[in-house]
Design a protein. Structure first.
Lengths: 200, 200
DNA sequence: TAATTTTATTAACATTGTTAAGTATATTAT
DNA sequence: ATAATATACTTAACAATGTTAATAAAATTA
């Protein structure tokens, strides 16, 4: 019976959207089953008819946010850019998305969500976007082909590490624009220094 | 009255050690005021005579663990190593410390500890250790002097990002030895590719 | 319309961090 | 040494939380 399923998906969506809204405004620490229920227009206990527990609901939110992030970044894809510039833009916009939504970062990357439902694991990923770019950059001679994997891993780890420091170290109080500049410089450093020497 | 203070420090230590033990064994999610009190040999309410709240106690634990981590890493300092090898060893041992103690990583880097008491902010830091090494590596010609800051930042962000993925992605189930190899390769990549050309 | 299944709510429970009130212990003054 | 006082600790209580069970309401089917 497919109608059943559609209706179920819709109600789930109410709860997910309610939870996302609360996370963005009140923060991950202040989300409660009761608040989600109220915002969604249901009793708090109804959540448990649709999600095993709060953690499961939060996991849905996390993957939803990841998709939102992808949508944000892909907005800045433009063929007018040279692929090195494009790579920098991807990284900067990715960083900005979470820098402007600290609570989303906390949910997606810092929260212990436990086992992830398989259905959620396969979605369009930014990692793929960067990989494609690195392949193109390699063709253009910005880096050696056998460095692609290493650079993908290195850039990914680095930008997440930076976000971790930027968002979880209230004392240090880093300036966003400065961090963005550092990101740009690092990427230029990584590509320039591994440029294929054509004259060899 | 200094005796008072000494006694106070001692009781605080009981609670801190109790909390650290619980975090290591039961995990950060399963620590409760009541358990800490019991393990320390006091009532749970006594904690509040020594710490403003649980978060403050956890913050003390976090900085204590950071010191333990430093102690662990410094163990592997040895003049027999070339400074590039030494740099790899520092990074690998740092990674291993948290890889073997996931709950410590969660507390130190992922937990939202709020404002950090000033007294805790100044401790021997691994970042300093790496910086010294990079300066030495630069003298030996493994990298250019004006790349030191960038590499320090890049390596630091990268290794924390890797830890984040390694410890918070139970589905992906990465192999520790493989990650350690990647770390080694990345450092070699970063130093080799920026070697100062002496013949220029 | 009656019977049944599905969906949602209310009430209750155990656990949590934290506080206030009270009790024991140690310190000081006489 | 004993009374007065300050310090250290505990017990009891509170409100908030996630979750479940019992119950009511609504929708579907017969």
């Amino acid at each position: 019976m497919n109608k059943r399923n559609l209706q179920k998906q819709r109600i789930m969506r109410f709860f997910i959207d309610a939870a996302k809204e609360i996370i963005k405004t009140e923060g991950i620490k202040n989300i409660t089953a009761r608040r989600v229920g109220e915002t969604a227009g249901y009793s708090y206990a109804t959540i448990y008819n649709y999600f095993k527990d709060m953690n499961t609901l939060l996991t849905y939110c996390a993957f939803d946010f990841l998709e939102d992030c992808y949508e944000h970044v892909i907005t800045f894809k433009d063929d007018k850019w040279d692929c090195k510039e494009q790579l920098i833009i991807y990284n900067i916009e990715f960083f900005k998305y979470f820098a402007e939504n600290p609570e989303i970062f906390k949910l997606v990357y810092l929260e212990d969500l436990g086992k992830i439902p398989e259905e959620l694991s396969k979605r369009p990923s930014i990692s793929r976007l960067i990989l494609d770019n690195l392949n193109e950059s390699s063709k253009k001679g910005y880096l050696q082909k056998n460095s692609i994997d290493l650079l993908l891993e290195l850039m990914g780890a680095s930008i997440h590490g930076k976000l971790l420091f930027y968002l979880n170290r209230p004392n240090e109080n880093q300036d966003l624009d400065f961090v963005l500049q550092v990101i740009e410089k690092e990427i230029e450093f990584l590509l320039n220094n591994n440029e294929v020497k054509n004259y060899e």
